[in-house]
Design a protein around this ligand. Structure first.
Ligand code: MLT
Length: 237
């Protein structure tokens, strides 16, 4: 399998995704949120690009069946039902509901990949299961790290490196230079926290009070699921 890695959502707009399997990673926090919401019984997660688009889509559902969710600068969008904290997406809140999600980078990366033949969602929460499933495919894999505000972000990079390293246990890989660099980063000794201690976005989330989110998102293999984009519009399990 050939693996190419893209460092940010913005760079993804310049990379052809046709006929590729694309994996979107936004550990802090969009892909952790999507996986958690679906695990907790949300019917679907609808990635959209703006608060206005979220509002328009919500109106298409019966009252109470769709929640507008997301962040700007990490904080809940004013007037929205939920922010982008995975801990808000509990069973009690989201079971059976449609989650309409707009975030600064993660949902942008998903939308940039609309031409992909398949699109999957990965975070530390579902890393090993995702690697096992992705290793079943033979076509080219494009790993899209969402990044932060158009910049490279270590949390996504580490997750991508670990994903590549785990897939390599199942089949021989031809990995691009960025992927090889991330794979060797992933192989360095130390906990996820130790490796990410200087990560800008992690420290930003800590500075605005999201310690519990960070702790939650840095757990590996909590879930054996691989969220997938259906009909190029919504994510489900
Ligand atoms: C994003 O998509 O930019 C994020 O998930 C940011 C965040 O809420 O941590």
């Amino acid at each position: 399998m050939k693996i190419q890695v893209v460092a940010t959502a913005r760079q993804l707009s310049a990379v052809p995704t046709e006929n590729k399997t694309v994996v979107v990673i936004d550990v802090l926090r969009a892909t952790s949120v999507i996986t958690t919401a679906l695990m907790n019984g949300a019917s679907a997660v609808w990635p959209v690009s703006s608060a206005e688009e979220a509002g328009r889509l919500a109106e298409k559902f019966a009252p109470g069946w769709a929640f507008r969710c997301g962040e700007r600068e990490g904080r809940k969008i004013p007037g929205f039902d939920l922010g982008n904290s995975p801990l808000e997406f509990t069973k009690d809140v989201v079971a059976g509901k449609n989650i309409i999600l707009t975030t600064t980078n993660g949902t942008v990366a998903i939308q940039q990949s609309h031409a992909a033949s398949r699109l999957y969602i990965v975070s530390f929460l579902n890393l090993s299961f995702a690697a096992m499933k992705l290793a079943e495919f033979q076509d080219e894999l494009l790993i899209a790290c969402s990044g932060t505000n158009d910049l490279f972000s270590m949390d996504d990079a580490l997750c991508a490196g670990m994903l590549i390293d785990t897939i390599s246990q199942f089949q021989p890989l031809q990995v691009d230079d960025l992927g090889l660099t991330l794979q060797s980063f992933a192989r360095q000794p130390g906990s996820l926290f130790q490796k990410l201690r200087n990560c800008y976005h992690l420290n930003y989330l800590l500075s605005i009070g999201y310690r519990e989110d960070v702790d939650y998102c840095l757990q590996t293999d909590l879930f054996k699921v691989l969220p997938v984009l259906q009909n190029k519009t919504y994510l489900s399990l």
